[in-house]
Design a protein around this ligand. Structure first.
Ligand code: HEM
Length: 73
């Protein structure tokens, strides 16, 4: 689901059919630290797979903009 979400959100075909981020994470009580841990893991995975700096910055921007819909909603 996360893969499809990123495909749809980063200019690929509109394949994501799941919930919006606020609905998906409602009442999970996710903290900023937990959110940042997930961001760190994804950035490390991008590094490991040789993804370029510009693309990594795009992903980071997506994470930054989604935080209000995931953390403590
Ligand atoms: C921007 C960051 C994140 C994105 C883009 C994301 C994306 C998603 C997506 C696409 C789903 C599936 C929604 C659906 O079922 O329709 C989901 C579910 C879920 N996410 Fe996230 N997520 C993010 C951050 C987090 C974090 C930080 C946590 C926990 C620390 C988390 C925990 C979960 C859990 C537990 C589910 C439900 C899984 C299930 O029902 O099987 N997510 N997320």
């Amino acid at each position: 689901m996360v893969t499809e979400f990123f495909i749809s959100g980063s200019g690929g075909p509109d394949v994501y059919k799941g919930k919006d981020m606020r609905t998906a994470h409602q009442n999970m009580n996710i903290s900023v630290n937990e959110y940042m841990a997930a961001v760190d893991d994804v950035m490390a995975a991008l590094d490991k797979n040789g993804i370029g700096q510009r693309e990594k910055e795009e992903v980071l921007f997506i994470f930054y903009s989604l935080r209000p819909d995931v953390v403590r909603v």
